[in-house]
Design a protein around this ligand. Structure first.
Ligand SMILES: [Zn+2]
Length: 343
């Protein structure tokens, strides 16, 4: 696979200082440190993007909502919160323009090269008008880049959205739910235990949705097992394009607000699995707040390139009691969708 890396200094200008917030510009520096450590930063192709007009997001967000946040961004003076989780700052407009430029770029080149967008703020919790599916907040997100890419690519062919952020992509589900053409596989921590408290398995009638729930405490073995359903979705839907919400907050020890113990093995396998079937992939950085950025991102990228896990941590194991919980949840998804897979 030919893979191009999108970075832009504007992505670092959305900045919570002087407040502390886990979603901060240092996240991208951690990604870069990780890529450098595994000799990927120099070797990957880099894109030169031109910042774009964030109004392109009106295809997936209500225009009134979009105008409101753009207005807030334009006149921001110091960082401020639009809800208890989500901030804006004087550099937010720059970051939104870089996001729009990344979308334009990805749509231009996708038929020749896959793209990984190392941008921020993340987007998969942003619904049509901000908060999605009754969540308490927008969860650090302002505009939904993956939903926009999927929406636009669905005009060109079959699209599969893969969201492996530890949190449910409620905004993406809300936006794409009515667009029957896009299949959405969302792997997240058991929805009753974590923000945004949505993402129940067994939902049908919401587009083509597999919500795969992993019990808190799940390790690589459970995660790798759950990927059987992702492989099934890829076979079944036979996508022309895969759009990825690439979150690394399920990495073992990444942060204090989630509890999945995946390591580099999982992220490398996901990358390989995707790239073995489809050559046109756009991945967008969602969550990941610590070690997941340094180790998960390189493992995933190498997987996309068909290469082995460069990090090579010992895979984590899941206690037997959690396996049965996991299997119950997976069966709910399979029963709802009439899938016959051995678990
Ligand atoms: Zn997340």
């Amino acid at each position: 696979m030919k893979l191009t890396l999108v970075r832009h200094q504007y992505f670092k200008m959305h900045d919570p200082s002087p407040h502390y917030h886990p979603e901060n510009p240092e996240r991208l520096s951690r990604v870069e440190r990780g890529l450098r450590a595994y000799n990927l930063l120099g070797s990957l192709d880099k894109a030169r993007i031109t910042p774009g007009n964030p109004m392109i997001y009106r295809e997936v967000h209500d225009e009134a909502y979009l105008r409101e946040i753009l207005d807030e961004a334009e006149y921001a003076f110091g960082a401020f919160f639009i809800d208890p989780d989500t901030y804006m700052s004087p550099g937010t407009m720059n970051a939104l323009e870089a996001l729009a430029g990344s979308v334009n770029y990805a749509l231009d080149v996708i038929d020749e090269a896959s793209v990984i967008i190392l941008g921020r703020p993340p987007g998969h919790h942003a619904g049509r008008s901000g908060v999605a599916l009754g969540a308490p907040t927008q969860g650090f997100c302002l505009v939904n880049t993956v939903a926009l890419l999927a929406y636009k690519l669905a005009r060109r062919g079959r699209v599969l959205v893969v969201d492996f952020d530890v949190h449910h992509g409620n905004g993406t589900q809300e936006i794409l739910g009515s667009l029957g053409k896009v299949k959405h596989v969302d792997i997240h921590q058991e929805y009753t235990t974590i923000y945004p408290w949505t993402g129940a398995p067994g939902l049908v009638g919401e587009g083509n949705l597999y919500n795969i729930n992993l019990p808190p405490g799940s390790g690589d073995d459970v995660y790798l097992d759950a990927l059987k359903l992702l492989a099934y979705a890829v076979e079944d839907h036979d996508p022309d394009y895969i759009v990825v919400s690439a979150g690394f907050d399920s990495y073992n020890g990444d942060n204090s607000f989630s509890n999945i113990k995946a390591t580099s093995a999982t992220f490398n396998t996901i990358g390989k699995m995707i790239a073995s079937k489809v050559q046109r992939v756009v991945a967008f950085l969602e969550g990941g707040y610590g070690v997941g950025l340094e180790r998960g991102v390189p493992a995933f990228i190498q997987g996309l390139l068909g290469k082995d896990d460069p990090v090579g941590e010992n895979p984590t194991k899941t206690p037997p009691s959690l396996w049965s919980l996991y299997r119950e949840r997976l069966k709910e998804v399979m029963e709802a969708h009439g899938i016959n897979l051995k678990v």
